[in-house]
Design a protein around this ligand. Structure first.
Ligand code: HEC
Length: 155
């Protein structure tokens, strides 16, 4: 009876260790899914909602959408735990090699969104257009350094 128990304990230990390995992998995949969701939200805000609001000179709407970007930028770094890559992630490994540089980008986007919101508050159409472009550039700046190109269709 006793040796059998010991063996069972070993089996349990192995299962626990394997469980942890699988769980860590799952967490990395979850982060990829969550951050892509967040990026999609960024994109629909900037490329669709904000673009429309700028065209329609809907200044209140612009301010509201800037808040969404600010919230996203507060969360984004948590969604890049060390080494979280998956087969369909476009995140570059350089993110974790140059974390100090990577982690500065959300603050730049934040600042650009705050400046756009401030321009919207004054109702200055020209300033809004300039700030809107600057916001787009701030997003792109992180992508240029840390996002891999899109894989070719079908690969
Ligand atoms: C800190 C760097 C950083 C900032 C800032 C940033 N992004 Fe990204 N973005 C990334 C990375 C890295 C990926 C790839 C993530 C992956 O595939 O795992 C990405 C992916 C995306 C995607 C593709 C999502 C998908 O499903 O493949 C879109 C769209 C996007 N970002 C839009 C934006 C917009 C709009 C902003 C600005 C409001 C922004 N991003 C700010 C780093 C950033």
């Amino acid at each position: 009876m006793k040796p059998l128990f010991a063996k069972r304990n070993r089996v349990v230990a192995v299962i626990l260790v394997l469980g942890c390995v699988v769980l860590t992998g799952a967490l990395a995949r979850d982060s990829v899914v969550l951050r892509r969701k967040l990026m999609e939200s960024n994109n629909s805000v900037v490329a669709e909602a904000l673009n429309k609001a700028v065209k329609e000179k809907n200044f209140a709407e612009i301010e509201g959408k800037c808040d969404v970007i600010l919230e996203n930028m507060d969360k984004v770094l948590d969604l890049f735990p060390a080494g979280s890559l998956s087969e369909n992630s476009r995140a570059k490994p350089e993110i974790w090699e140059r974390w100090k540089e990577f982690s500065k980008h959300p603050a730049n986007v934040r600042k650009a969104a705050q400046e756009l919101a401030a321009a919207a508050r004054t109702g200055d159409e020209e300033a809004v257009k300039v700030r809107f472009k600057a916001l787009g550039r701030a997003c792109k700046s992180c992508h240029e350094s840390f996002r891999a190109p899109k894989p070719k269709q079908g690969t």
